[in-house]
Design a protein around this ligand. Structure first.
Ligand SMILES: [Zn+2]
Length: 762
């Protein structure tokens, strides 16, 4: 509770106005604001960034996921090296225009159904030799078979014993064109290929990892690098079953998608390990194996008897118990959520010493950076543990969404990632209620809001001509806005209808491929609403709306006049005629507590009456991806409800109010009045958002004349919080309080110039 410390100096509109006038009319300030806006979307992004660097790095969905999947995974694909081939070779000349350019797609004339795959891995010389037999069906007779291969030396091949005549490589298209001695008739065939290749330094395809004297071979195939390890039909739609065999140094652990079926020691201190065949067909980018001196945690089983282990380099496995148990709990939660048993028999989580992304959702053999598994619960920070848990939940969500049902093409990569993020967060939040995890989700939306408010933003979904293109454009829009928009539609439809749609989609397309539209149709079916047209507007249009609401009290309720227009952070941006089918969930207060009202604002404006409402808050749960503004009546009425709002709603309230203030849509006085209504705030994330905005004002808008009043405002806001939490951590104190203390002391010492704090901090 806030102590009575007297009226805030900022209650005087004059001072607030002066401050605003200063901020808006100082040419230097304006120039600064403009240059910052074009560089960073909003200074807030930078401020967020600084704060996060210090405190929240592992929590930020965007950063975390960027790390997980890496932005430059595919960079440099264009420059692949031509390889020697048996028979006559014809390396396509530079500048030759053919169908085999980088946007080349395989035809569906030849469909693989099963791969027998063998690798001899020589980690002393970092070389590998391979053999495969691909069961395939060809639709028409042909002498040629085209499949992907990069930096592989194909030494032999045949189809049903028909010998290879020659192999030609098209480097831009990354394919080998195998021409055989005779025509291969339509029908079922066995294609056998032998090749040699490296265990390469670059962290893609089949690659090497070294830790001291330890040597590891590992794979990373997403998005289009399976073709660097074995010749294959390397597009997500060409799903097949895989049966793998590895020859590797004896004494090393060999781990792959499936459990070990048998192992035998052979000559030269080598072991042959056979793995069971995958029970379902999977895409090539999901095939994975690794060998090395790994050690594992003790195996444990989920209540539904799925074995789970973590594997790490020697000495680290004892720190991975928390991670292992996060996998166990997440698998159970996801089985329940999807109503589909875990599809891949076992879960191995493997920490590889060198790993380009953060984690990769290979079915049954999820690969990670070691630090995302080795985090001892006793010593690791809560931020680290949240990162470990939510990463595991994200990857395990992919076992159903991505691995069991796979996108048809890379255009829908955004949905693959956004869904895993959103449902991974649902899982993390549900299993760790003490973390109050949705606050972090809402806090993360700020960066996406800021980017998306620029005239230069892009739609969530853009057609990808190749895998590289889809991966390259991953940013806060694709990851964070994508996940936020899924949460918005779930909020509008209700959790049960959304989950029913997820189940329809997964059951209908399991072991196969599907598109975003298939998911929207499943949601249509489950909810009885036209989700398809709502979602297509949200994912294919750039930007997002601001919903303005005029509020009138009448007959014991509220009449609302709503209107929408595209929201730009630049006030001078050319207005847009875009309109969204905006799925709004309004929180409102009545004499008998809070309720929610759902409506679809599909046109430029609309009216709604809510009987019994005393105040409204236009973004229940902070779950909508839109900006909003109440008129003065609505804003004043909301004062009565502020303290009843959930923390994530107060967080979204501050974030929204600050965005409107920064862009000149609302006065600074109204923003400070809003902060005043939050006096006594106790939530760490809300205090964080308030502090970000005040720190910005303190650094960029406050002038000599306003320094004193500003310092007094900061003092009056933070002093009561400081008096509650004090200087020193108490026994059993939670991490929220620790973070809060750091923030409060920082604000008092720096922006309130509080002498006692400054002395104490020394
Ligand atoms: Zn992912």
């Amino acid at each position: 509770m806030r102590e009575q410390t007297g009226a805030s100096p900022f209650h005087e509109p004059r001072v607030a106005d002066e401050l605003r006038v200063d901020a808006g009319h100082d040419p230097k300030e304006r120039r600064l604001a403009r240059s910052v806006r074009s560089e960073h979307a909003d200074l807030r992004v930078r401020i967020e960034g600084e704060r996060d660097a210090a405190q929240h790095l592992a929590l930020r969905r965007h950063d975390l996921l960027e790390l997980i999947h890496g932005e430059d995974v595919l960079a440099g694909h264009a420059n692949t090296v031509a390889v020697e081939a048996v028979g006559s070779s014809d390396h396509s000349g530079e500048g030759r225009v053919t169908e085999y350019d980088r946007n080349f797609r395989l035809t569906k004339d030849v469909l693989p159904s099963r791969y027998d795959l063998r690798f001899h891995l020589d980690v002393d010389h970092w070389t590998s030799t391979g053999w495969e037999r691909i069961a395939l069906t060809s639709k028409k007779a042909s002498r040629e078979i085209v499949l992907h291969a990069v930096e592989l030396d194909i030494t032999a091949a045949n189809v049903d014993g028909i010998a290879l005549e020659n192999a030609r490589f098209e480097t831009d298209a990354q394919v080998a064109i195998l021409r055989f001695a005779k025509e291969i008739p339509a029908g079922d065939h066995a294609l056998e290929i032998e090749w040699t290749g490296g265990i390469r330094e670059s962290l893609r395809g089949l690659y090497r990892s070294v830790r001291g004297e330890e040597r590891y071979a590992a794979t990373q195939f997403e998005a289009a690098d399976a073709r660097r390890a074995f010749p294959c039909f390397d597009e997500p739609e060409f799903k097949a079953k895989f049966a793998l065999e590895l020859v590797h140094p004896s004494g090393n652990a060999a781990i792959a998608n499936m459990p070990v079926a048998s192992g035998e020691d052979i000559a030269d201190h080598r072991t042959r390990t056979r793995f069971r065949e995958t029970p379902v067909r999977i895409s090539t980018y999901l095939v994975a194996f690794t060998v090395g001196p790994y050690e594992s945690t003790p195996e444990t089983k989920t209540p539904s008897k799925i074995p789970v282990r973590c594997w790490l380099p020697p000495g680290l496995a004892s720190q991975a118990i928390f991670a292992r148990d996060a996998h166990v709990r997440s698998v159970e939660w996801l089985q329940d959520y999807t109503a589909i048993p875990y599809p891949f028999i076992k879960v191995d989580a493997i920490g590889i010493p060198d790993f380009e992304a953060g984690a990769m959702e290979n079915p049954g053999a999820i690969t990670y950076r070691t630090r995302l598994l080795a985090a001892d619960e006793k010593n690791a920070s809560i931020v680290t543990l949240k990162g470990v848990f939510s990463t595991a939940a994200h990857e395990l969500t992919h076992m159903w969404w991505g691995d069991l049902v796979t996108m048809r093409w890379w255009t829908d990569l955004w949905l693959n990632e956004s869904f895993a993020s959103f449902v991974g967060e649902k899982c993390t939040a549900a299993l760790n209620p003490e973390w109050r995890y949705w606050r972090d989700f809402v806090a993360d939306n700020t960066s996406a809001f800021n980017l998306d408010a620029l005239a230069s933003t892009h739609p969530i979904s853009i057609e990808a001509k190749n895998a590289e293109e889809a991966s390259e454009r991953f940013d806060a829009i694709t990851y964070t806005k994508g996940a936020a928009v899924l949460r918005m539609i779930e909020s509008y439809l209700g959790e049960d209808a959304f989950r029913a749609g997820v189940r329809i989609y997964l059951n209908r397309h399991k072991e196969a491929n599907a598109s975003a539209d298939d998911f929207w149709h499943a949601l249509d079916e489950a909810s009885g609403q036209d989700v398809t047209s709502i979602m297509n507007a949200w994912i294919k249009e750039p930007g997002h709306p601001i919903v303005t609401t005029l509020v009138r009290r009448s007959n014991g309720g509220l009449d609302l006049a709503l209107s929408q227009t595209r929201y730009f952070s630049d006030k001078d941006a050319k207005p847009s005629s875009q309109r969204w089918p905006a799925p709004l969930v309004l929180r409102y207060g009545t004499a008998n507590g809070m309720r929610e009202h759902r409506l679809l604002l599909a046109t430029a404006s609309g009216h709604v009456r809510i009987d019994g409402a005393e105040w409204i808050y236009p973004n229940a749960g902070g779950r909508g991806f839109y900006r909003w503004q109440l008129d003065e009546t609505g804003d004043r009425l909301l004062d009565a409800g502020v303290k009843q709002l959930a923390p994530e709603e107060r967080l979204a309230l501050v974030d929204n109010a600050w965005a409107l203030t920064r862009t000149g849509r609302a006065s600074l006085a109204s923003f400070l009045r809003r902060l005043d209504s939050l006096a006594g705030e106790e939530d760490r994330t809300v205090i964080g958002a308030i502090s970000d905005s005040l720190a910005w004002l303190g650094s960029y808008a406050v002038r000599d004349r306003t320094e004193g009043p500003f310092a007094r405002f900061v003092e009056s806001f933070y002093r009561p919080i400081f008096e509650q939490i004090g200087w020193r951590p108490r026994d059993g104190e939670d991490s929220d309080t620790r973070e809060k203390r750091a923030r409060v002391i920082g604000m008092l010492g720096y922006h309130a110039a509080a002498e006692d704090i400054r002395r104490g901090a020394r």
